[in-house]
Design a protein around this ligand. Structure first.
Ligand code: PLP
Length: 478
């Protein structure tokens, strides 16, 4: 690493990125390229001689950016947001600059200790129970994604129950969640060796706004126990991916606890909102959980990746995931005085991700972060109001945070026709490049999702998006 070359190239790169942000609205939000487009534009093999940074940046401009979907565009309303910010970007930059691999405390004590402190800060901002703090038996850890978070707690829960009932019982272990739970849990079950027939996707419907009813969990557990199975893991969601439904944590937690299940809460998207006192009630009941997860990389101005996971009993994770080869042994670990995050996650190597979260918390402060969340929720409320004012549309599920689920209504009162109409509307608006929205299906209805949450989004972007939607709807309805 030549420090002076880094200085020169680094300035050039920051200029390039700053210009990208300045011009971000000039790109089609969703990339309009065809599959395989890039192979035609790039050579078949790597260059033998070095090329200049300028040549590479020219290629980025001409060949790469057309194939980028601009998640940071203010006209991005698809899926859920994946925020970047100046603080998050600078934290990433610093982490790349230091570039250490902090799997054990000794490999970079600051990395481990800052992660513990920053996750304690965030836990306090969310008013999580003290048992989730690193000062007791629990603590927080930054995983790459919510998928990794649910996998590691599932493994911890599986091994905990198998230690009690014996290893041969794997085929009798049962996992519960609702049919709105993110597919990350299903993938975790596949990896953890949970039998597919023991993965219970409990039904929800519009009568509970797609939240899981406690009766349904309780009945399923009783049935399984009666059949000789072993219920051991339940995942509730605060802010489901399709419609931001919120499972009733307190009641579900009681059922989980009284039946000895590990209770995990997935608040990947909506967790961020709970730093605002007026939205904190959505995680009432977290007291009963064994683990809680939110993605700071979604809606908390922290560049991807940064998924915060807290557990009440870190020893359960460590018992499942620790290894202790000779080549990693060191005095601090052996004296049991330190946290070695390698034992809380799947990979060995890990990045200094707490830097960016620390920078976000320090450079914005909780007050600004709360205002940021409130602004998006207010913009979503305005969009919902616009939908309600246009009789050709309907709001398709209650809005709680910054996602509006809506659809065009078919005058023909024909379910399949309405679904087709909305599929066509989605295609039509996304192909304009003016905005990008996504979809889901709820109760067999094809639903459009408008998720506000990109950091640069202002009211004018929401109004423009609505205009495009209305124009395309008018064309489809003629
Ligand atoms: N859980 C919920 C509720 C989500 O909405 C998502 C993604 O949008 C996930 C989990 C998976 O997130 P990740 O990509 O971090 O694994």
């Amino acid at each position: 690493m030549d420090a002076e070359q880094l200085r020169e190239y680094g300035h050039q790169m920051v200029d390039f990125i700053a210009d990208y942000y300045k011009n971000i609205e000039s790109f089609p939000v969703c990339s309009q390229v065809q599959p395989g487009y890039l192979r035609e534009l790039l050579p078949d093999s790597a260059p033998v001689r070095p090329e200049s940074l300028q040549d590479v940046l020219d290629d980025v401009q001409l060949k790469i950016l057309p194939g980028v979907t601009h998640w940071q565009s203010p006209d991005y309303f698809a899926y859920f947001p994946s925020n970047s910010s100046v603080a998050g970007f600078l934290g990433e930059m610093l982490s790349a600059g230091i570039n250490m691999v902090g799997f054990s405390w000794i490999t970079s004590p600051a990395a481990t200790e800052l992660e513990m402190i920053v996750l304690d800060w965030l836990a306090k901002a969310l008013k999580l129970p003290d048992q989730f703090l690193s000062t007791g038996h629990g603590g927080g850890v930054i995983q790459g994604t919510a998928s990794e978070a649910v996998l590691v707690v599932l493994l911890a829960a599986r091994d905990q129950v198998l230690r009690r009932v014996g290893k041969d019982a794997t085929g009798r272990l049962v996992v519960y969640c609702s049919d709105q739970t993110h597919s990350a849990l299903q993938k975790a079950c596949k990896i953890a060796g949970i039998y597919p027939e023991n993965f219970r996707l409990l039904k929800t419907d519009s009568s509970t706004d797609y939240a899981l009813s406690p009766e349904s969990l309780s009945e399923a557990i009783s049935r399984d126990i009666a059949s000789g199975l072993i219920p051991f893991f339940f995942c509730a969601t605060v802010g489901t991916t399709s419609s931001t439904a919120v499972d009733p944590l307190t009641e579900l937690g009681k059922i989980s606890n009284s039946n000895g299940l590990w209770f995990h809460i997935d608040a990947a998207y909506a967790g961020s909102a709970c730093i605002c006192p007026e939205f904190r009630h959505y995680i009432h009941g977290v007291e009963g959980a064994n683990s809680f997860n939110m993605n700071a990389h979604k809606w908390f101005l922290t560049n991807f990746d940064c998924s915060a996971l807290w557990v009440k009993d870190r020893s359960a994770l460590i018992q499942s995931l620790s290894t202790n080869p000779e080549f990693l042994k060191n005095k601090a670990s052996q004296d049991n005085k330190v946290v070695d995050y390698k034992d809380w996650q799947i990979p060995l190597g890990r990045r200094f991700r707490s830097l960016k979260l620390w920078m976000v918390l320090r450079l914005y402060g909780l007050e600004n972060l709360q205002a940021y969340i409130r602004n998006h929720i207010e913009l979503a409320r305005k969009f919902e109001e616009l939908v309600n004012l246009d009789s050709r549309f309907e709001v398709a599920a209650p809005r709680r945070f910054s996602l509006v689920c809506f659809r065009l209504v078919s005058a023909q009162n024909d379910a399949e026709h309405a679904n087709q109409l909305n599929r066509e509307l989605l295609e039509a608006v996304n192909s304009t490049g003016n905005l990008f929205i996504s979809h889901t299906v709820l109760s067999d209805k094809y639903i459009l999702r408008f998720a506000v949450g990109a950091p640069l989004t202002e009211e004018r972007h929401v109004l423009e998006a609505w205009k495009t939607l209305q124009e395309k709807a008018a064309l489809l309805l003629t």
